[in-house]
Design a protein around this ligand. Structure first.
Ligand code: ACO
Ligand SMILES: O=CC(=O)O
Ligand code: MG
Length: 531
C-alpha cells in the first residue's frame, strides 16, 4: 500500500503558530478563503518573481530600463480608468502609519482625508503584528475601535474619520506561519485576504471601500495578478466586480516605464498612482547595482528636485491625469522635533517646501508621517488647490524621456553620510527585529524603504572599489567594520529601540554589506530572524 503524501494526510491549510486570541480572524472560513486565493495566485506569483530576477540579470549585464515596445498601443491609446468613488475624490492629505491600535485611532482622528493603514514599509511583519493589525482594523470598520493607554488615557474614533485604505505586503514577502497544501502563502495574500474577508462587505455597504494601496510592483503583469486576485475575492464575497479600488505605488524604477500599462491592467479599479520616493530611490540603487556610472551620492542629496526624481514625479502626474486617475505625492522624512523650536521650524519648513512643490507640480494629494503634519500639509494644499483634485492639470508640457528618468545624480559621498547610513541601517534593522516597523532616528522617519537605501548605498560605495569621500579619504571595508562595531556597541548600551537585537542586526548588516551581490531585500533575510 502506498504511503499517503503529506499533502493528503495534512489539513490543506495549516497555521504554524499559537493562535490564541486570533480565533475571530483565523476562522475556518477565512482560512479557506486564503487557500482559494493562494491556489489561484501562487503559480503566477512565482513566475512573476522569476521574471524580476531575469530582468535584474539583464540590468546587471548592462541593459538599461526602457519603455516596452510590446505595449505601445496601451501607452498611445485613448482610455481612462473607471469612475472614482465619492469617498476618494478629495484625498489632499493622507496620513500613513503602522497598524497598532492607538496609532490607528490617532490616524483616523488626525483630520487627514485618508489613512493608509500599513502592513508594509512601517510594519515588522511578525505574525502577531499582522494579526493584531487585522483585529484593530476590523474593530475600526465595525465602529468598535477603542484603546486605553497604560497611563489610563482613553482613545476613541471621533466624528468624520479619515477614509481607510489598506497597504498589504508586496508580492515578494512570504508569510511563513501559514501553509496551503504544504506551500508557504504570500504575505500579500494574507494581509489583503484577511482584511477583505472580514471587512469588504461592511465597507462596500457604507460606500467607504474596500480600498487598497499596492506596493513595490515592477511590471504590468504584477498589477494584472492583483486585478485577478481582487476579482476572485469579489466573486467569493458576493461583491460587484470593480468594488475593490487600488492605488498603486510607483516605487520601483522598472515600474516607471509601465505606468500606463499598470493603470490599464487595473483600469476597472485603479484610482491613482503614488510617488513612493524612498523605495524608488532604493530601486534605482538596486537596478543599477552593476553600473558604476550611476552611483548615488549621500542620501540627503538625493532630493525630489534632482533630474531623475523630478522626471519621475512629473511623468506620474501626466500619466495619471491623462487616464483620469489621481497622482499622489509622497512622504517627506521630517517629523516634528520636540524641545527644540528652531530645529522644529527648520523641519516644518522642509515639509512645507516639499508639499508646495507637489501641489504646484499638479499632485492631487500627499502623504504625511505624523498627525502634527496634517495641518501643515493641509494648509499648503488648501491654499494652492481650490478644487477637490487637479485632474484638469494635464501637464502636457512634461517630456520625461528614458535618459532623464535614469539620469545619473550629481553630488558627493561624505563621511557623515556614510556613518549615518551605518547607524540608520543598524538601528532600524535592530528595531525591526524587535517588532517595530517605523522609528524616529535623528528626527527623521525611518522605515523599511529608507533603511533599504542606507544599506544598499553602503554596499554600492564599498563594492565599486576605489571610491573616495568628498575629502579624498578612501572608502573601505575597514572603515565600515569599525563604524558598525562602534554603533553596535552604542546601541547595545542604550535604551533605544533595537538595543536587545543590536548584535543580530549587526551580523545581518555585515553579511549583506560584505556579500558579493547586493541582496534583493533586507527584510527577506531579516524575516528569518523575526520573532
Ligand atoms: C516610505 C514609506 O513607506 S512612508 C509610509 C510608512 N511610514 C509611516 O507610515 C510613518 C508612520 N509614522 C510613525 O510611525 C511615527 O510618526 C514615527 C515613528 C516616525 C515617530 O513616532 P514618535 O516619535 O513616537 O511620534 P510622537 O512621539 O511625536 O507621537 C506623538 C503622538 O502621535 C501619534 N502618532 C505619531 N505618528 C503617527 C501616525 N503616523 N499615525 C497615527 N498616530 C501617530 C503617536 O502615537 C503619539 O500619540 P499619543 O500622543 O496619543 O501618545
Ligand atoms: O512607500 C513609500 C516609499 O516612499 O517607499
Ligand atoms: Mg515603499
Amino acid at each position: 500500500m502506498a504511503v499517503p503524501s503529506e499533502k493528503l494526510v495534512s489539513r490543506p491549510v495549516q497555521v504554524h503558530a499559537h493562535t490564541a486570541g486570533y480565533a475571530d480572524i483565523l476562522t475556518p472560513e477565512a482560512l479557506a478563503f486564503l487557500a482559494r486565493l493562494h491556489r489561484f495566485a501562487e503559480p503566477r506569483r512565482q513566475e512573476l518573481l522569476q521574471a524580476r530576477r531575469q530582468r535584474q540579470a539583464r540590468y546587471d549585464a548592462g541593459v538599461l530600463p526602457d519603455f516596452r515596445p510590446d505595449t505601445r498601443d496601451i501607452r498611445e491609446g485613448e482610455w481612462t480608468v473607471a469612475p472614482i468613488p465619492a469617498a476618494l475624490q478629495d484625498r489632499r492629505v493622507e496620513i500613513t502609519g503602522p497598524i497598532e491600535r492607538k496609532m490607528i485611532i490617532n490616524a483616523l482622528n488626525s483630520g487627514a482625508k485618508v489613512f493608509m493603514a500599513d502592513f508594509e514599509d512601517s510594519s515588522a511583519p511578525s505574525f502577531a503584528n499582522q494579526l493584531d493589525g487585522q483585529i484593530n482594523l476590523r474593530d475600526a470598520v465595525n465602529g468598535r475601535l477603542a484603546y486605553r493607554s497604560p497611563e489610563g488615557k482613553d482613545y476613541r474614533v471621533g466624528a468624520n474619520p479619515a477614509v481607510l485604505v489598506i497597504r498589504p505586503r508586496g508580492w515578494h514577502l512570504p508569510e511563513r506561519h501559514i501553509t496551503v497544501d504544504g506551500e508557504t502563502i504570500a504575505g500579500a495574500l494574507v494581509d489583503f485576504g484577511l482584511f477583505a474577508f472580514h471587512n469588504a462587505g461592511a465597507l462596500h455597504a457604507s460606500d467607504r471601500g474596500p480600498y487598497f494601496y499596492l506596493p513595490k510592483l515592477e511590471a504590468m503583469e504584477e498589477a494584472a495578478l492583483w486585478n485577478e486576485v481582487m476579482a476572485l475575492a469579489e466573486d467569493e464575497l458576493d461583491l460587484p466586480y470593480g468594488t475593490m479600488k487600488a492605488t498603486v505605488l510607483i516605487e520601483t524604477l522598472p515600474a516607471v516605464f509601465q505606468m500606463h500599462e499598470i493603470l490599464h491592467a487595473l483600469r476597472e479599479r485603479a484610482v491613482g498612482l503614488n510617488c513612493g520616493r524612498w523605495d524608488y530611490i532604493f530601486s534605482y540603487l538596486k537596478t543599477f547595482r552593476g553600473h558604476r556610472d550611476r552611483l548615488l551620492p549621500d542620501r540627503g542629496q538625493v532630493v525630489m528636485t534632482v533630474p531623475f526624481l523630478k522626471a519621475y514625479s512629473e511623468l506620474l502626474i501626466q500619466t495619471c491625469h491623462r487616464r483620469g486617475a489621481f497622482a499622489m505625492g509622497g512622504m517627506a522624512a521630517q517629523i516634528p522635533i520636540k524641545n527644540d523650536d528652531e530645529a522644529n521650524d527648520q523641519a516644518m519648513a522642509k515639509v512645507r517646501a516639499d508639499k508646495l512643490r507637489e501641489v504646484q507640480a499638479g499632485h492631487d494629494g500627499t502623504w504625511v508621517a505624523h498627525p502634527a503634519l496634517v495641518p501643515v500639509a493641509m494648509e499648503i494644499f488648501d491654499r494652492h488647490m481650490s478644487t477637490p483634485n487637479q485632474l484638469h492639470v494635464k501637464r502636457d508640457d512634461v517630456h520625461a524621456d528614458r535618459d532623464t528618468l535614469i539620469a545619473p545624480c550629481c553630488g558627493t559621498i561624505t563621511r557623515a553620510g556614510f556613518d549615518n547610513n551605518v547607524e540608520v541601517a543598524l538601528r532600524y534593522t535592530a528595531a525591526w527585529l524587535e517588532g517595530l516597523g517605523c522609528v524616529p532616528i535623528h528626527n527623521l522617519m525611518e522605515d523599511a524603504a529608507t533603511a533599504e537605501i542606507a544599506r544598499a548605498q553602503l554596499w554600492q560605495w564599498l563594492h565599486h572599489g576605489d571610491l573616495d569621500f568628498a575629502d579624498h579619504a578612501p572608502i573601505d571595508f575597514a572603515l565600515f567594520d569599525h563604524a558598525l562595531a562602534t554603533h553596535t556597541h552604542r546601541l547595545q548600551e542604550s535604551t533605544l529601540p533595537g538595543a536587545r537585537r543590536a548584535i543580530d542586526a549587526a551580523r545581518l548588516l555585515s553579511e549583506l554589506t560584505h556579500a558579493d551581490e547586493l541582496g534583493n531585500f533586507l527584510t527577506l533575510p531579516a524575516y528569518e530572524q523575526l520573532a
